[in-house]
Design a protein around this ligand. Structure first.
Ligand SMILES: C[S@@+](CC[C@H](N)C(=O)[O-])C[C@H]1O[C@@H](n2cnc3c(N)ncnc32)[C@H](O)[C@@H]1O
Length: 313
C-alpha cells in the first residue's frame, strides 16, 4: 500500500506589510488613500484629495505652497510625523474642513483669514468681478458705490474694493461673528478706508445710499438639503448656507429691496448655486441674465435697475 501523502498544514499567511510612509511623497500617497477610505468630503478648498492633501501637508510642515516637486523627497522627522498624523486625524476622522485647520482660504490671488464663524470662500464671483462685470457698466472707472450683501469673511467686498479702487464698498452681514472675521480681512488687506462693515438683515440697517453695483452670494441651499450635507459642511455656519424652504428667502428679500438701492444705470448680481431653474420660474418677469462660468454652471444672475424696478412696481 502506498503510504498516504501527508499534506503539511497550511502556514498562516503573514500579514502584508505596508511600508510606513517616510518621505513627503509617501505621506501624500498615504493621505490620499485615507481620504478615499474615510469618504471625506471635498469642495471647500479643493475638488480632489491629492490637491487638498498636498496643501495640508505643505502647510503642516511649514513648507512653501509653491515648493518644487523635489520637496516630495523630504524625509519627515519624528516631530513632523506626529504633526502630520494629528492633522490627518483632525481633517479625516473629525471631519474639520482644511481651511479651518489652517485658518486661511484663497480666492484667486487673494488670501483670507477664516474660522468657524464664516463659510469658506469659494464663490463664482471670482470669475465675474474682473472679467465680466465691467461690460455691464456705462463707465467702470466712475463706479463710486458698491455693496456686498451677505459678505461673510468679506472676501467679495475685498475683491470689489481692489477692482474699483475709487469706490466705497458697503459689506453687509447679519452675523456679528462673520463681521468680526470680515474686519480682520479688511484690516489685513489695508482697505479700512474703502470697505465699511454693516450688521444688517439685507439692507434694513444700512444708511439709504444708492449703488452702481450690488452683489450677493447669499445662503441659497433649501433647508432640507442643508440637513443632508456631508459633515464638513455642517461645520460651516448654518445661516451661511440655509436659504429657507425653497432656498430663496434671502434672495427674495434682496430683490425686493434692491430697486430702491440702485442708481438708474445700476446692476445687481446674485449667486444662486443650483437654483437657476427655480429662479427663472419664480421670477419670469425679471428675465434673468445668467453670467458665463468656466465650468458651465452659470449660477450668477444679473438684473439691471430698470427691469428690477419695473418688476417691483
Ligand atoms: C454663502 S455665505 C457668503 C459669504 C461670502 N460672501 C462668500 O462668498 O464667501 C452667506 C452669508 O450671508 C449671511 N446672511 C445670512 N442671512 C443674512 C441676512 N438676512 N442678511 C445679511 N446677511 C445674511 C451669513 O451670515 C453668511 O455670512
Amino acid at each position: 500500500m502506498a503510504p498516504s501523502k501527508k499534506t503539511a498544514p497550511a502556514r498562516p499567511k503573514a500579514p502584508k506589510k505596508t511600508a510606513r510612509p517616510v518621505t513627503l511623497g509617501d505621506w501624500l500617497k498615504h493621505a490620499v488613500a485615507r481620504y478615499k477610505k474615510t469618504g471625506a468630503a471635498l469642495g471647500q478648498i479643493a475638488t480632489n484629495s491629492h490637491d487638498e492633501a498636498l496643501y495640508l501637508l505643505l502647510r503642516t510642515l511649514a513648507l512653501p505652497l509653491d515648493s518644487k516637486p523635489s520637496v516630495l523627497k523630504h524625509k519627515l522627522t519624528a516631530a513632523e510625523v506626529m504633526a502630520v498624523e494629528k492633522m490627518l486625524h483632525r481633517r479625516l476622522d473629525q471631519r474639520i474642513p482644511a481651511a479651518y485647520l489652517t485658518r486661511e482660504a484663497f480666492l484667486g490671488e487673494y488670501r483670507f483669514y477664516v474660522d468657524e464663524r464664516v463659510i469658506i470662500p469659494r464663490s463664482y464671483f471670482l470669475e465675474i468681478i474682473p472679467q465680466q462685470l465691467d461690460a455691464w457698466l456705462p463707465n467702470p472707472a466712475k463706479v463710486r458705490r458698491v455693496a456686498d450683501v451677505c459678505t461673510g469673511s468679506g472676501c467679495l467686498a475685498i475683491l470689489l474694493a481692489h477692482h474699483f479702487p475709487k469706490a466705497k464698498v458697503d459689506a453687509i452681514d447679519l452675523s456679528p461673528g462673520a463681521l468680526e472675521v470680515a474686519a480682520i480681512n479688511v484690516r489685513k488687506h489695508k482697505l479700512a478706508s474703502h470697505v465699511k462693515l454693516h450688521e444688517s438683515d439685507v439692507f434694513d440697517a444700512v444708511p439709504k445710499v444708492k449703488y452702481d453695483v450690488i452683489i450677493s452670494n447669499p445662503p441659497y441651499e433649501p433647508s432640507a438639503h442643508c440637513d443632508e450635507l456631508p459633515a464638513e459642511f455642517h461645520r460651516e455656519p448654518r445661516m451661511a448656507l440655509d436659504g429657507g424652504k425653497d432656498g430663496l428667502d434671502i434672495i427674495r428679500k434682496l430683490l425686493l429691496r434692491a430697486c430702491d438701492r440702485l442708481l438708474p444705470h445700476g446692476v445687481v448680481l446674485i449667486e444662486v448655486g443650483g437654483l437657476q431653474h427655480a429662479m427663472d420660474k419664480a421670477f419670469p418677469e425679471l428675465d434673468l441674465y445668467w453670467m458665463h462660468t468656466a465650468d458651465g454652471s452659470n449660477c450668477v444672475c444679473l438684473i439691471q435697475a430698470e427691469r428690477l424696478c419695473k418688476w417691483k412696481g
